[in-house]
Design a protein around this ligand. Structure first.
Ligand SMILES: NC(=O)c1ccc[n+]([C@@H]2O[C@H](COP(=O)([O-])OP(=O)(O)OC[C@H]3O[C@@H](n4cnc5c(N)ncnc54)[C@H](OP(=O)(O)O)[C@@H]3O)[C@@H](O)[C@H]2O)c1
Length: 277
């Protein structure tokens, strides 16, 4: 694939943040969009904007990918409209910050279902058609959290490590098939992510040093066309690759734990200070 003109792209988690930015960038580059997330009103607003600005063809399929069986239902809805997916952007995801024992088991299960299971299922459902047509591929949104075990975000960082390893391994299997697989690993990015992770509405959006969702999506789309396998966004985040040469694995985990414990403590203090606490 040399560009995105005329390509049909399925973007999950397109109602906000990085997924919305992917949809906008792809629409501007001439792609047809299938966008999904839970919020129908959020998706309709994105679709209306893309149709108005770029005259894009946009299909909206609201769905909760955190529910078992949702990936199959999504692809049935795609096929029932006579559509085939050239580019799958597995972006929908969320994290939870807190000690493992403080995060309720259903929340952990949903994190794994959405960040891991749905991503694998959608890839499995879309890949055969791409390979048959020798066109397109998959962008999986992992995270810089994939490179280091994160105490106080244990399930999230493990889920993103899965996404990274799965994507690279799949690239290894498909590299001669005419399709491409990219793991996009954003660092801190301004979106709803921190609000969801901390249960604090508005949290994190104004934090200095965050990338914009638009920058992250654009890096992802450029890197996919350049056939990169892994891309890390965010200033200085490349150093994560060097950490294991400088510190023992235990030292890395302790340092990350100290850092994330401070974040979790700040979040707890901010929650306590809320008027409704
Ligand atoms: N922001 C960061 O700092 C950062 C860093 C590294 C990686 N990432 C990754 O980037 C991806 C996008 O996150 P973001 O930062 O753009 O956060 P965001 O603004 O919260 O966007 C998350 C998207 O996922 C959708 N979503 C959440 N739960 C869903 C579910 N059960 N079923 C279907 N869709 C669901 C949300 O829409 P609805 O609520 O409408 O369902 C939304 O469109 C995630 O995979 C995240 O892990 C983010």
């Amino acid at each position: 694939m040399k560009n995105y003109k005329g390509v049909t792209a399925l973007v999950t988690g397109a109602s906000s943040g990085i997924g919305k930015a992917f949809a906008e960038d792809l629409a501007e580059r001439g792609a047809k969009l299938i966008i999904t997330a839970r919020s129908e009103s959020g998706l309709q607003a994105v679709a209306a904007d893309l149709r108005a600005r770029f005259r894009s063809e946009v299909v909206v399929i609201p769905l909760d990918l955190g529910q078992p069986g949702a990936s199959a239902r999504l692809m049935e809805a795609v096929h029932s409209q006579g559509l085939t997916v050239d580019l799958l952007v597995n972006n929908a995801g969320f994290g939870k910050w807190g000690a493992f024992l403080d995060i309720e088991p259903p929340s952990n299960a949903e994190m794994i279902q959405l960040n891991v299971t749905a991503l694998v299922e959608l890839t499995r459902l879309c890949l055969p058609g791409m390979i048959a047509r020798r066109k397109g591929g998959v962008i999986n949104v992992a995270s810089t959290a994939a490179f280091v075990p994160l105490p106080y975000a244990a399930v999230y960082s493990a889920a993103k490590t899965f996404v990274l390893y799965f994507s690279e391994a799949l690239w290894g299997e498909t590299r001669d098939s005419g399709v491409h697989v990219l793991a996009l690993c954003p660092g801190g990015t301004a979106s709803n992510f921190a609000a969801v992770a901390s249960d604090l509405p508005g949290a994190g959006t104004g934090r200095p040093g965050l990338d914009t969702a638009e920058f992250v999506a654009s890096e992802g789309l450029k890197s996919f066309l350049r056939r990169k396998t892994v891309v890390i966004t965010g200033k200085g985040n490349q150093r994560l690759l060097w950490l294991p040469r400088l510190m023992s694995r235990k030292q890395i985990v302790v340092a990350m734990g100290d850092r994330w414990k401070a974040v979790v403590d700040q979040v707890a203090a901010a929650r306590k200070a809320r008027p409704d606490a």
